[in-house]
Design a protein around this ligand. Structure first.
Ligand SMILES: [Zn+2]
Length: 327
């Protein structure tokens, strides 16, 4: 028999789903800043799989994933528990901005973990969230996307140790790119790693993938990965699937060398190996004159592009992964 789980106001007995909120601070108008939480507590014992979404307020893919997963999982069939935080950074999500507009001092909440009890507002949110996560989570994924500025294809960032790479592989057949992460990234993943627990930063979707079918497809792909993790760790019944190849490498930001309009080479595809100096895109000026071509800096693949082709010199215009080999 599993045990009761209590997080904030959510109290889930074994075999039950509970929803609630984690209190952070009170705001001037009398409202409370809280973090929504859903607990699916399986009737049988097992690990706690913790899913975070919405640390960046322009990335609602985690909300959709948690919604789909909640519909799918029956706690009677679950060994262990699933804790879902669909939105970590509520003021940012309400404003549809990357960071919390009430706190411009620690705007990017994915760079301030483990947070601070008496720090800036976002640090306080991070601190409260971290305390609960470390208390319960055995493994964690944070769901991200390209947000308002970009589209990102299936890619993840993770530490290199075996336990973390087992979790990365458990994401399943759609996830062929796992990039090194810097353990000092000050993300929830980094805090988990410092506590010896596997964690991933997962990227999929963004502004150019929000059409009705496209957004749902992003959610379904992430749902499929979550189900596969549950299957791999024997939290639910089923046969897990794995990618045939898992590429390893690191990210390199490709910045626009000129201002203008970014025209991707129509013959190249996301997550497909390219050779050094292969053409990724041309940049043209407003009268159609070609200003430059953007070339692959090394052998690798691109996994993300800006949502809008308008670029200014120095803009991050392409998410490129330099591939060093296979895991
Ligand atoms: Zn993000």
């Amino acid at each position: 028999m599993s045990k009761k789980i209590e997080i904030g106001s959510a109290i889930a007995e074994p075999g039950r789903i509970a929803e609630g909120n984690i209190f952070v601070e009170k705001l001037a108008g009398g409202s409370e800043l809280t973090i929504p939480v859903t607990i699916i507590n399986g009737s049988k014992p097992g690990p706690c799989f913790w899913i975070n979404g919405g640390i960046h307020g322009d990335e609602p893919e985690g909300i959709l994933t948690c919604t789909l997963l909640k519909e799918k999982i029956n706690p009677d069939d679950l060994s262990g528990s699933i804790v879902m935080i669909p939105v970590m950074n509520v003021p940012a999500m309400e404003a549809a901005e990357r960071g919390n507009p009430l706190d411009t001092f620690s705007y990017d909440m994915n760079r301030i973990y483990p947070g601070k009890k008496d720090g800036y507002l976002s640090e306080r949110i991070a601190h409260v969230h971290k305390e609960w996560m470390i208390k319960y989570a055995d493994m964690e994924i944070s769901i991200h996307s390209g947000g308002a500025h970009s589209y990102l294809a299936e890619a993840m960032f993770a530490a290199k140790d075996d336990k973390t790479q087992e979790l990365a592989r458990a994401m399943g057949e759609d996830w062929k790119v796992c990039l090194y992460s810097n353990i000092t990234s000050k993300s929830p993943m980094a805090v988990m790693a410092e506590n010896g627990k596997p964690a991933l930063t997962v990227e999929l979707g963004g502004r150019s993938s929000t059409a009705p079918g496209a957004f749902l497809k992003v959610g379904q792909t992430l749902l499929k990965a979550c189900i596969n993790i549950l299957t791999h760790y024997k939290m639910i019944e089923g046969t897990p699937h794995y990618p045939e190849i898992r590429h390893k490498g690191f990210q390199q930001a490709l910045l626009a060398p000129k201002s203008g309009v970014f025209l991707p080479n129509p013959n190249i595809k996301f997550l497909t190996m390219m050779k050094k100096n292969d053409e990724i895109a041309k940049i043209i000026d407003y009268q159609g004159k070609e200003l430059c071509t953007l070339k692959a800096p090394e052998d690798g693949m691109f996994f993300g592009l800006r949502a809008l082709p308008n670029v200014t010199i120095g803009d991050w215009c392409c998410f490129y992964a330099i591939i060093e080999g296979e895991w």
